[in-house]
Design a protein around this ligand. Structure first.
Ligand code: FAD
Length: 377
């Protein structure tokens, strides 16, 4: 078996690493102290990336993208997430939007590739997080429109988006099998957006959405009526792989920093690196990071080979997110008091990784799904 990356992917890795170190690292201190990167700065970075050809990277070439596969994308996200800025190159099309039909394509797909619009997605409700079958937001058809009532919460990036993929119940009594996905414009009549919900993560405050007789044209159904679960599955599976790759990048950077610091910092006349207690923390982190990377690359390789990766994405995200939690914690411990200071990025990573064990399905739900697959007859 050959686990090495192709020459093309290795070159891409090298250029994204250079971009991250040149453009993102210098902004880290301010980001960590302020807890956010102003939106104009984020757009400026997107533009710099675009000028270098980093745009719509995984969008197929026939749609104007660079046509990169999942393995290349994992490698790219790993490099970008070595910085806590959570920066991503633009022109990114959410996986579910590949289900847009010909009439929807220009407004909801090509517009993103052109850099004119952005999207976000809304599953979660105050009474329905892990359990999508408990979704209460209701969509009722009236002529050639749907009327949506209900609310969604913890919805990320509403501020940056122009439209939202909203999952609502169209067939009550059928639970998750009665859901439909709607493409809802942010300025749709009857849609109200809350103030941001403050969270412990830097630059990541999600929103609550209220729908009061919100009117959505029938042509804005994404996929088929009552088949929203298929749309959700497409969105979540590929999202899990991407999140797993983020966590590889985060752990890698924290470990790089911990290794460098342990060689510099002297206590009781010896560098920390000479102590077995520190070496074991570094060694455990390295082993877990390597194992997580193999899981992520394997899932990505399978996706590129057009194989089903639902279970592999659960496994990779579960392991990578829990690994990153342990690695960031050890790195912070090795830095001692310095690790707790805002100006050192480790504390930002430490808080950021916590959400990845919750969003896109919690660790418990991942274990439940993996076990369900194992126990199935
Ligand atoms: C910062 C942030 C951003 C988010 N962004 C988005 C977004 O953009 N769009 C969106 O739709 N959602 C988003 N979410 C919501 C996220 O997906 C949910 O928080 C997540 O799915 C968990 O749902 P919940 O919070 O309702 O927890 P619950 O489902 O209430 O679970 C609470 C706890 O119980 C455990 N649990 C639940 N059921 C079981 C079970 N059967 N067995 C064992 N344990 C169980 C869970 O693992 C968890 O530990 C975001 C959340 C956060 C914090």
């Amino acid at each position: 078996m050959d686990f090495s990356l192709s020459e093309e992917v290795r070159m891409m890795q090298e250029s994204v690493r250079e971009f991250t170190e040149r453009e993102l690292f210098p902004l880290e201190r301010e980001f960590c102290l302020e807890g956010r990167l102003p939106q104009p700065k984020r757009l400026e970075l997107e533009k710099k990336g675009r000028d270098l050809g980093f745009w719509a990277l995984d969008v197929p070439t026939e749609y104007g993208g660079a046509g990169l596969g999942q393995l290349a994308m994992c490698v790219i996200h790993e490099e970008l997430y070595r910085s806590p800025l959570m920066f991503e190159f633009g022109g990114f099309v959410e996986p579910a939007l590949y289900l847009t039909n010909e009439r929807q394509k220009d407004k909801y797909f090509h517009s993103i590739v052109r850099g004119e619009r952005k999207s976000c997605y809304a599953f979660t409700e105050p009474g329905a997080g892990s359990d999508l079958a408990r979704v209460q937001t209701r969509a009722v058809k009236k002529g050639d429109h749907w009327i949506i009532n209900g609310s969604k919460t913890f919805i990320s990036h509403v501020d940056r988006a122009d439209f939202i993929m909203v999952f609502a119940l169209t067939n009550p009594g059928k639970g998750a099998k009665g859901l439909t996905c709607f493409l809802v414009e942010k300025n749709a009549p009857g849609l109200h957006i809350s103030n941001p919900i403050r969270t412990m993560g830097d630059d990541w405050d999600p929103y609550t959405l209220s729908f009061e007789d919100c009117v959505v044209p029938d042509e804005n159904v994404l996929g088929e009526v009552d088949r929203g679960f298929v749309v959700a599955d497409e969105q979540l599976t590929h999202g899990r792989l991407k999140i797993a790759a983020y966590n590889i990048g985060i752990a890698k950077r924290c470990l790089e920093m911990a290794v460098a610091y342990s060689k510099e910092r002297v206590t009781f006349g010896q560098p920390l690196a000479s102590r077995q207690a520190i070496q074991w923390m570094l060694a455990d982190s390295e082993v877990e990071l390597m194992a997580a990377r193999l899981l992520v690359y394997q899932a990505a390789y399978m996706a590129d080979s057009k194989r089903e990766i639902r279970n592999e994405a659960f496994v990779a995200k579960l392991y990578a997110t829990e690994m990153a939690q342990r690695v960031t914690d050890r790195a912070l411990q090795i830095f001692g008091g310095m690790g707790y200071c805002l100006e050192v990025p480790i504390q930002s990573f430490y808080r950021q990784v916590r959400v990845w064990r919750i969003g896109h399905g919690t660790s418990e739900i991942h274990r439940m799904m993996i076990a369900r697959n194992m126990l199935r007859d």
